[in-house]
Design a protein around this ligand. Structure first.
Ligand code: DAH
Length: 346
């Protein structure tokens, strides 16, 4: 018996040395140390042996069992370490590899120009405020001297919001200009007022190279004692030179807007032909960039500001036209078609 036992042991150790995988190790454990393994069977049947033989065989068998268990433990440890070494090797980072460039995002060209415009006016003491794009008829039209049957309504094809109000016949729309914020600001603040209002506006129009149903405007409003048309001209002329270059000329001509009196339109000398006349300015040498005027006394009265004491000027400009002029972009729709090839250029 002892001889067979020794042979079994040396065979077991020999196999154990060659095992390189945890599954095999398990099989080995079952074969040599499992309940049905010859060694365990032997240990179980010791009681049937004569006393002397039981002592010798039993002692040796237990020794072998211990040795096999120790060997198993060591092997298991070694396999685990080898596995860790392999995964370390596999997952290691090669920090000498060149990096992958991360594409940088940027501000939309319209966002950039809005920021530029606001910065210029902030530098002159204006405060930036924003207002709702869904607006009441009252603020968009009525309070700006544009009652229900006023022809000025036809100039701004309106997108109406279709819903019934329990309380009455107040109507909602998508604001067609940023001017309604003049009223909202004057309802809340008392003069001196200097605000600038950037934002989106909407018109119910077919889109083409120069029209979008959504575009941006910047509104301005200054109300105080002794504000005159000269303040309006000075402020807007300075603005035009900051934005379009210090050599710019500006031209003011009469225009009509129901909420100002007098109303003007401002043009700058064409940035391409410098006034000589070209395709961009339609041969006139001038490019209109905004509407403006002295706030109408009726508008002031409506918000409880006494027109005998206070006067003000207001202006409003389309924003998309500015980068179009500056960069020679000939289609407004490019701004909102999400084409990265276009947007990446700014
Ligand atoms: N709201 C006008 C428009 O969308 C532009 C405008 C003209 C605004 C004269 C003003 C102004 O504040 O005084 O056509």
């Amino acid at each position: 018996m002892p001889r067979e036992l020794e042979e079994l042991a040396s065979q077991a150790f020999e196999e154990l040395d060659k095992i390189s995988d945890p599954k095999e190790l398990e099989t080995w454990q079952i074969r040599y140390l499992g309940k049905k393994s010859p060694l365990m069977q032997l240990l179980h049947s010791l009681a049937t042996l004569p006393l002397e033989e039981r002592r010798i065989t039993g002692g040796r068998a237990n020794e072998i069992k211990k040795a096999l268990e120790t060997g198993l433990g060591k092997r298991r440890e070694a396999l685990k370490e080898a596995q860790i070494a392999v995964s370390l090797q596999r997952e290691s980072l090669d920090i000498s590899l060149p990096g992958q460039p991360i594409p940088l995002g940027r501000l939309h060209p319209i966002t950039q120009i809005l920021k530029e415009i606001c910065d210029i006016f902030v530098g002159m003491g204006f405060q930036v405020v924003e207002g709702p794009e869904v607006e009441w008829d009252y603020y968009n039209f009525e309070a700006l001297n544009i009652p229900k049957d006023h022809p000025a309504r036809d100039m701004m094809a309106t997108l109406w919001i279709d819903f019934e109000l329990e309380t009455g016949d107040r109507e909602m729309l998508l604001r067609t200009h940023t001017s309604p914020m003049q009223i909202r600001v004057m309802e809340k603040l008392r003069p001196p007022i200097r605000v600038i209002v950037p934002g989106r506006v909407y018109r119910h129009e077919a889109t083409d190279a120069t029209h979008e149903s959504m575009f941006h405007q910047v509104e301005g409003l200054a109300v105080d004692r002794n504000i005159t048309l000269a303040d309006l001209k000075g402020t807007l002329f300075e603005f035009a030179r900051c934005l379009f270059g210090s050599e710019r000329q500006a031209r003011f001509r009469c225009d009509y807007f129901p909420f100002v009196e007098p109303g003007v339109e401002m043009a700058i000398d064409c940035i391409v032909c410098k006034g000589a006349g070209c395709r961009l300015c339609g041969g006139s040498g001038w490019i209109e960039i905004l509407g403006a005027g002295m706030v109408h006394p009726d508008v002031l009265r409506r918000v409880n500001i006494d027109p005998e004491v206070y006067t003000g000027f207001a202006f409003g400009m389309g924003v998309e036209r500015i980068p179009m002029l500056r960069y020679g972009i000939d289609d407004i729709r490019l701004f909102y078609s999400n084409d990265l090839r276009f947007l990446k250029q700014f």
